[in-house]
Design a protein around this ligand. Structure first.
Ligand SMILES: NC(=O)c1ccc[n+]([C@@H]2O[C@H](COP(=O)([O-])OP(=O)(O)OC[C@H]3O[C@@H](n4cnc5c(N)ncnc54)[C@H](OP(=O)(O)O)[C@@H]3O)[C@@H](O)[C@H]2O)c1
Length: 314
């Protein structure tokens, strides 16, 4: 697969990334079985064999099970660790931690970030995380304190490069101003069902600062494909029916699948959006990789945008 550099870092990634959110087979660790883990590991291997070289996970995905399945896959597939970028995220604390009545919340304090990163390293079974991202903005985020945590993690050889996820552009600016090291990736939800990043300054900032935008749920968690198994609460209100006919029309005209066109729309943006796909089906993973070669015309691109907006441009 073609590759792109990640921001100004020395890392490069395949043009599509593989997201490991779903690889444990459940959100709930109590429901994870040997079979669901084996299926997740098969999906990771299928992605590696299809040329994916960036694997994204997070400490909270199935309470660490996703990181464990990825870590086991890295060990099982000979040469994989050396050839891929391992990306994970921290900064969200689940309910019940550290006391039973603690709410689920965000925590970018230095002790939490450093401890969370060390626990991720253990679950992944690796010495260094290539890309560590702050998962969702902490309302109490203190850029100076985060910068100190980043410096300590880098100096200790625990993290190579840093990024953020779901940030407002101004918070990226505030954090970058405090940090010695460049932020190289901003992971954010972008799809035909979620267009905000195109107009809220996120992608403009990525262009200015040379940050790679990584799109999560690029197929709207399956709503742009054969349907969704598990949606996040905010995704429940998506209404893809209004634009799926336009997507299908472009797909038919180009002899491509609906999902290939939906991914190509993101790949064709000048900010070099890096879609992180989350299918656990090896055939769908291989098919997604074909989107890299699909160049949409301006007319096709705008036809899809306008259909997804649900109203003409002003
Ligand atoms: N930073 C954040 O806050 C955040 C939040 C959510 C996710 N993420 C990251 O983004 C990654 C991707 O998110 P996602 O899993 O929602 O991505 P996605 O690629 O939009 O959705 C994947 C889901 O769509 C289903 N699907 C249905 N038809 C499909 C088709 N034709 N082709 C492909 N998939 C189809 C898949 O089912 P099958 O498995 O049966 O194919 C799977 O359940 C995650 O793994 C995670 O790394 C980040």
């Amino acid at each position: 697969m073609q590759t792109i550099p990640l921001g100004v870092s020395s890392l490069s990634s395949s043009r599509l990334a593989y997201g490991c959110w779903r690889v444990a087979g459940s959100w709930n660790p109590a429901e994870v079985t040997a079979q669901s883990r084996a299926e997740g590991a098969r999906a990771i291997l299928a992605a590696f064999e299809a040329g994916f070289t960036l694997f994204d996970t997070a400490d909270i995905y199935c309470h660490g099970e996703s990181e464990r399945v990825l870590g086991e896959s890295l060990k099982a597939a000979s040469g994989m660790r050396e050839r891929v970028v391992v990306a994970t995220k921290g900064g969200i604390r689940p309910a019940g931690d550290p006391t039973a009545d603690a709410p689920s919340r965000y925590d970018f304090s230095a002790p939490h970030l450093i401890g969370a990163c060390e626990r991720s390293l253990k679950r992944l079974g690796i010495e260094t995380i290539d890309l560590y991202m702050l998962h969702r903005p902490d309302y109490l985020a203190d850029p100076e304190e985060i910068a100190r945590a980043f410096s300590e993690l880098k100096a200790g050889g625990k993290v190579r490069w840093f990024g953020v996820s779901n940030f407002r552009p101004m918070l990226v600016t505030a954090l970058q101003a405090a940090c010695l090291m460049p932020l190289v990736v901003h992971q954010i939800e972008i799809s035909l069902a979620r267009l905000d990043a195109f107009t809220d300054g996120t992608l403009d900032q990525c262009l200015i600062e040379r940050i790679t935008p990584m799109a999560w749920s690029p197929l709207a968690a399956g709503l742009l494909g054969a349907g969704a198994k598990r949606l996040l609460p905010a995704q429940e209100s998506y209404r893809p029916e209004k634009f799926l006919p336009a997507l299908d029309a472009v797909a038919k005209a180009r002899g491509a699948s609906r999902t290939t066109v939906a991914l190509a729309l993101l790949l064709n943006h000048p900010s070099k959006i890096l879609p992180a796909i989350g299918s656990t089906n090896p055939e769908r993973i291989r098919q997604a990789a074909t989107a890299v070669d699909l160049r949409l015309t301006r007319e096709e691109w705008y036809r899809l945008l306008i259909a997804a907006r649900g109203e003409p441009l002003p």
